[in-house]
Design a protein around this ligand. Structure first.
Ligand code: BTN
Length: 272
């Protein structure tokens, strides 16, 4: 069982200064680990055995079997941020996919505080980009608890110090854009603050304010795009989000498509 975090135990003065300005939200119980297979896996075990209170956060310095979307690995060296936050949303199961946009918004808000003037944008559904490069990955997993309560594990990998070189997309680390050294622990606290805030807005007021916040950072709004899903590729212009968070694609034949899942690509260098 991982140990409890010594969250304020820094020996570095700059880091301690930064942490003073980003405290963990009260509701968070942080379990900070050195190395685990996957923080999502640790979180899953806790939900299943009924020991995970809402807003239990598992964080690790590194992961040996980090999981990405679509069964891919998430390479997880020390220096980046790996967290899994356990929540029990009251929202209907049909609305839970919106949570990935909520999480992306929180990561973007943290990233915007770190990078010095670089553009932070959101690519549907949940990619956070800095200057067009992906800086994080989000993996949401549902998991039932022993009393039938439906937990959602919000897995977030954030490239703080390192980024993979061999990706199909461009990846970058936040440190590349920062004017000062970036503290992993500051990023963790700031991300959790933003997540708690946006999650509460979503729970209390629904998707509308999330949609507005997300669109304010939307990557490639109005631009030519392709969306691929299950070997089907569609082309058109990115026309925004529905009131439920689906992607709107204005097809080349004039049809407006509502896309529930897919990988979005932009070919125009202006929006890359
Ligand atoms: C993606 O493929 O874009 C999603 C990657 C999600 C990685 C994070 S790192 C913390 C958490 N634990 C995991 O094993 N995966 C998620």
């Amino acid at each position: 069982m991982p140990g409890q975090a010594d969250f304020h135990g820094f020996d570095d003065r700059a880091e301690a200064d930064m942490c003073r300005s980003a405290a963990l939200p009260d509701r968070v119980t942080l379990i900070d680990c050195q190395s685990v297979d996957s923080t999502n896996q640790v979180a899953r075990g806790m939900v299943q055995n009924g020991t995970a209170r809402p807003w239990t956060v598992i964080s690790a310095v590194s992961q040996t079997s980090g999981r990405g979307r679509r069964g891919r690995d998430w390479v997880s060296p020390a220096g980046n941020l790996y967290t899994s936050t356990i929540v029990y949303p009251a929202a209907a199961a049909s609305s839970r996919a919106q949570l990935s946009l909520v999480v992306a918004l929180a990561v973007a808000e943290m990233a915007a505080d770190v990078v010095a003037g670089a553009r932070v944008t959101l690519k549907w559904p949940n990619d956070v980009l800095v200057a067009g490069c992906k800086v994080s990955g989000i993996l949401l997993e549902s998991c039932p608890g022993p009393a039938g309560q439906e937990g959602v594990i919000i897995g977030t990998g954030i490239n703080v110090a390192h980024a993979p070189a061999d990706t199909r997309y461009g990846a970058a680390a936040l440190a590349r854009f920062a004017a000062a050294p970036v503290s992993r622990n500051w990023c963790l606290a700031r991300y959790l603050q933003a997540l708690a805030c946006w999650y509460e807005i979503w729970s209390d007021d629904g998707f509308d304010p999330i949609r507005t916040g997300w669109l304010a950072r939307a990557h490639g709004l109005g631009a030519r795009t392709s969306v691929s899903c299950h070997d089907v590729e569609r082309y058109g212009r990115f026309a925004g989000l529905t009131s439920e968070g689906l992607m709107l694609l204005h097809g080349e034949d004039g049809t407006l498509h509502e896309i529930a899942a897919g990988t979005v690509g932009f070919s125009d260098p202006e929006v890359m």
